[in-house]
Ligand binder design. Structure first.
Ligand SMILES: Nc1nc2c(ncn2[C@@H]2O[C@H](COP(=O)(O)OP(=O)(O)OP(=O)(O)OP(=O)(O)OC[C@H]3O[C@@H](n4cnc5c(=O)[nH]c(N)nc54)[C@H](O)[C@@H]3O)[C@@H](O)[C@H]2O)c(=O)[nH]1
Length: 146
């Protein structure tokens, strides 16, 4: 069976810039392994439902709880890749940070974080599937406004 993880693409809107440059995405850098960057996410615990995992991991890894997030309707992306020879599925929902000034608090699993505009976020993300997911989130947010 595939490993399963769930998380949130968290974004914030800056009042000082015009769309789409007003949107920044949150990426966290692992403190282990290759120090790769991803949105907050993590493994589903036995018996836990996917959205609960996404909320729990976002709280544990970034210190952002559900009261600080506004989940965006109609966005859910599934990534599939291999980790150490085993298939892994990752589900990402999309959520806006309600108060752009809210501080991010990292756990021991991460050593750094960045609020990045789309192109910088894609450079940090480095995996094509994650880059495509970030671009899909950006497109979804632009289409929603029309
Ligand atoms: N010391 C140590 N400890 C580790 C290591 N590894 C794990 N731990 C422990 O596990 C706990 C984490 O538990 P959770 O937080 O619950 O789970 P996740 O958030 O799911 O975390 P993971 O890091 O397991 O999973 P991924 O991010 O998926 O990275 C796995 C591999 O996939 C590549 N990869 C990543 N993202 C993408 C993508 O979007 N697209 C594609 N194509 N590939 C991608 C990436 O290059 C990487 O090589 C930590 O506390 C550690 O104790 C490790 O190497 N050394």
């Amino acid at each position: 069976m595939a490993l399963r993880a769930c998380g949130f693409i968290v974004f914030r809107r800056l009042a000082s810039c015009v769309p789409p440059d007003n949107i920044e995405y949150l990426l966290l850098q692992t403190s282990y392994g290759q120090h790769h960057w991803t949105p907050p996410k993590g493994h589903v615990d036995p018996g836990e439902d996917d959205l609960t995992t996404a909320l729990r991991e976002t709280k544990e890894e970034a210190g952002l709880g559900k009261e600080q997030l506004k989940v965006v309707d109609g966005f859910l992306q599934e990534l599939r890749y291999e980790v150490r020879g085993k298939p892994k599925e990752v589900l990402y929902w999309l959520a806006e940070l309600r108060d752009t000034g809210t501080a991010v608090t990292l756990s021991h699993e991460h050593q750094d974080y960045r609020w990045a505009r789309l192109e910088e976020a894609c450079t940090l993300a480095q995996y094509k599937d994650l880059q495509d997911t970030l671009r899909a989130a950006s497109t979804h947010l632009q289409n929603k406004k029309q």
